[in-house]
Design a protein around this ligand. Sequence first.
Ligand code: FAD
Ligand code: NAP
Length: 339
Amino acid sequence: MSLQLQVEASLKPFNSFGVDVRARLFAQAHNDDDVREALRYSAEHQLPLLVIGGGSNLLLTGDVQALVLRMASRGLRVLVDDGERVVVEAEAGEVWHDFVLWTLAQGFAGLENLSLIPGTVGAAPMQNIGAYGVEIKDVFAGLTALDRQSGELRDFTLAECDFGYRDSLFKQHPGRWLILRVRFALSRAASLHLEYGPVRQRLIEQGVDLPSASDVSRAISSIRSEKLPDPAVLGNAGSFFKNPVVSSVLAAELKLAYPNLIGYPQADGQVKLAAGWLIEAAGWKGFRDADAGVHRLQSLVLVNYGAATGLQLLALAQRIQADIAQRFAVQLEMEPNVY
Ligand code: FAD
Ligand code: NAP
């Protein structure tokens, strides 16, 4: 057996909240064989298998009675290159931001707005990661996953992934598909997305008139570094709630009552509200209960000041949900995967 199993392993270094829980068994998968071996072990010992990447979208509420398999497979390759359009493929265990930087270094544009998102390539399709007006579905060219029920490999096209706002087929069927590698359609001719939030302004501040994709990546990385707590310093899982999409009628009622409400009309007529605005308006920004808190600059981000348990963080999230529902008649949905 080449898979190295660790018994009662601490998961503290493997979740960005820094929650101190243990896995009954822990192993790292460096290739497809390791993955298959872990699946076999899990079936033979009737022990559930929990696959993780960087642990940056997890809330662990207690010790995990499972074999926790961390994807650590590496490999980057160019599959197609016609001089303008390229298709690249990355193994699931590649660190997302390192992969983005690698594509930019090759002169391939498309992923720059998704710079500095923590985690791995394999987890990126799970919630169709998005930032600054781009989601991976916009540059997605396919993925290969292992069907954990049948043990067969399957290639997925864009249409088959059912990507939505922070959502996908894979998120809808937890534990069914193990993503092994992902493909992206990128381009040497950059068609940049600069209209979102402070991106253009930051480029001007940085003295960039005609930005390249790498300039956009640097601008977005600098904005993110200022706004978001670094999990290595202060445990967090990024945005804890999705931005709620509500009916135009409710949005109009709320706008009357709260003229500063932030909302973005959607193509289907509904309105996406900024969850961070609702939480801040309800007075939660900077709130702290023991070591579980709401970040003092970013009310969408729950933080662990050191010794918070997953259950304490979950309780805080539930208090916020109940308060927002009562004040605004809006149900906030948690974004991280809770185990
Ligand atoms: P994990 O947290 O390890 O896992 C997430 C889920 O995916 C789990 O359910 C896990 O079981 C499953 N999973 C992991 N790998 C695989 C695999 N190979 N096959 C099948 N299932 C798998 N998200 C955004 O969308 N946009 C942002 O801008 C953003 N900013 C963030 C900023 C900060 C500071 C932090 C801490 C988080 C942020 N996130 C953001 C959330 C997070 O970075 C992403 O969701 C990321 O894709 C999670 O990757 P991961 O490898 O850490 O996944
Ligand atoms: P922000 O720029 O302060 O904006 C607040 C919210 O308004 C965002 O959540 C965003 O929704 C929405 N928004 C802003 N401009 C918009 C536009 N032009 N069109 C449509 N919606 C708009 O947000 P932020 O917190 O600093 O984050 C910046 C970006 O990084 C956002 O895209 C955010 O999703 C992403 N991010 C995600 C996480 C995570 O964990 N999921 C963590 C940090 C940052 P959207 O979120 O739908 O874009």
